[in-house]
Write a protein that binds this ligand. Structure first.
Ligand SMILES: [Zn+2]
Length: 482
């Protein structure tokens, strides 16, 4: 069976066409051009900007001329992943789309159902002449997958709508109404370098590994341990009983990933080596017992190592260890309006030792703007108290939950009408393009929906055909009532 023969035919016909256009992030000029040509063929006004964002304007159908306009939005780019050994230049060559009538996938590669299905729905709508709708501003953004660069660059003065349906969610029956904003706090603790004498000092490497890790937004509420903080509490304990000087810390590596492993090199005076080893053994047992249920794979080791050429002075070492074990981390607060949603959290993901300072990079996430600011203040106060300073990077806004949302009510009502059950109203503790839009147009009323997809961003990506059909009926039903 061919993808172009699937129902709804008008949607899969466009899905099939755009699947033939290579469109990995950073390679969106061709798909943007295709959308512009489509608009021209349909006689619709359209604009393309320097980011390869495309906006197509469609007038209301008969009887809907006095309605408020609506933005329908999806992203043009896709993640290009393939199975090892597959010979395909995804920059220039088309993927091979397959179906068994129930699912759609690509042979050995990502499918780009994320977010090609949104583009297909919207093009099918714009091409139709029998689907009633208000004025539509179709917004196709570029390079969502690598940092939402299209959405960040989009000129909202070219848009009139104050309601937006984002079609980039991956589970039918879920209406997403909020996403997290974030800011990276780069914390710096200074120290002075010292040279340890080989006759007086011996060195150790302490390592923590085998933790579960996970995504710092979606999995921050699973009580997983952060390897840096476990390392910090071990060092704190050893430092209480010995004149420990730190030389190095490594581990982690990405600020949006909970670190699974971390290690540190330190030295102690030779006559304190025994007590340091005994204290390590005692505290290791304590931690392993305490965490045995939540982190069954945890391994902690202490090994003798060669004496480093330079170490941090005692005061610097104590400050660094203090920050490592006590920096605010994990879930800070849960949301009280959306069940199970984390409201604010932090993740210490990267630690780097430089010649005269250590940097700790923590990613603060919050589904409210105020929560992010409060948490950043807390980190800043903590670091300054420990003798350091903080600079911030890549601040992006939250899409806050709205107590009153006419669009959400309509989406819920139409869902109940079509499905005979209530949808799940959800929020995610990670970023979506809606966050960028909320930052630019604070009064924009938004929802995010989409049909069932699995294995997104991997060659196992699959799109559910029946779910695409039901979601198509749902979108049409909503538009007819707008
Ligand atoms: Zn997406």
């Amino acid at each position: 069976m061919l993808v172009s023969e699937l129902q709804p035919g008008e949607v899969f016909q466009y899905f099939n066409i755009i699947s033939s256009v290579p469109r990995g992030s950073g390679n969106t000029a061709r798909i943007a051009r295709y959308c512009m040509e489509f608009a021209e063929e349909q006689g619709l006004e359209a604009i393309k900007d320097e980011y390869n964002n495309v906006v197509i304007y469609a007038p209301a159908t008969a009887g809907y001329e006095d309605r408020e306009p609506v933005i329908l939005q999806g992203h043009l780019d896709m993640v290009c992943e393939k199975e090892p050994g597959l010979v395909l230049d995804m920059e220039h060559e088309a993927i091979t789309v397959r179906t068994d009538g129930k699912k759609v996938w690509a042979k050995g590669t990502t499918l780009g159902g994320d977010d090609g299905i949104a583009v297909a729905y919207i093009l099918a709508l714009l091409a139709s002449d029998d689907i009633p709708h208000p004025p539509i501003e179709a917004v196709f953004t570029s390079d969502e997958e690598t940092g939402m660069f299209g959405a960040r660059g989009l000129d909202f003065s070219k848009l009139n709508s104050r309601r937006l349906i984002n079609i980039d969610s991956e589970e039918e029956g879920f209406i997403c109404v909020s996403c997290a904003g974030g800011v990276r706090a780069c914390c710096r603790i200074p120290f002075e370098q010292q040279k340890p004498s080989p006759t007086e000092y011996c060195a150790y490497e302490v390592s923590v590994c085998g933790l579960q890790g996970g995504h710092s937004g979606m999995e921050i509420d699973k009580n997983r341990e952060n390897a840096f903080l476990v390392l910090g509490s071990l060092l704190t304990d050893i430092e209480k009983k010995s004149s420990l000087c730190l030389a190095d810390i490594s581990g982690g590596g990405k600020d949006n990933v909970i670190p699974k492993s971390a290690s540190a090199v330190f030295c102690v005076p030779k006559d304190e080596a025994n007590i340091a080893e005994q204290e390590f053994d005692r505290y290791k047992r304590l931690i392993c017992d305490e965490l045995s249920i939540v982190e069954p794979g945890l391994t902690i080791k202490l090994e003798k190592t060669t004496l480093p050429e330079a170490v941090m002075d005692r005061i610097g070492s104590r400050r660094v260890i203090y920050v490592l074990s006590h920096i605010p981390n994990g879930v800070e607060r849960m949301n009280t309006e959306v069940a199970g949603l984390v409201q604010c959290s932090l993740n210490l993901g990267i630690v780097n030792v430089h010649a005269d300072h250590v940097t700790f990079r923590t990613l603060i996430r919050s589904n409210t703007t105020d929560g992010k600011e409060i948490l950043l203040d807390k980190v800043r106060d903590f670091i300054e108290f420990a003798g350091g300073d903080v600079v911030t990077e890549s601040d992006y806004p939250a899409w806050e939950y709205r107590r009153n949302s006419a669009l959400r009510e309509l989406m819920i009502d139409e869902f109940e009408k079509q499905y005979g059950r209530k949808p799940e109203v959800t929020a995610i503790h990670a970023g979506l393009e809606c966050g960028i839009f909320a930052g630019k147009v604070p009064d924009m009323d938004m929802v995010s929906i989409g049909p069932d997809m699995t294995g997104v961003h991997t060659p196992e990506e699959m799109l559910d055909v029946a779910s695409v059909g039901r979601t198509w009926e749902y979108i049409k039903g909503v538009l007819s009532r707008m």
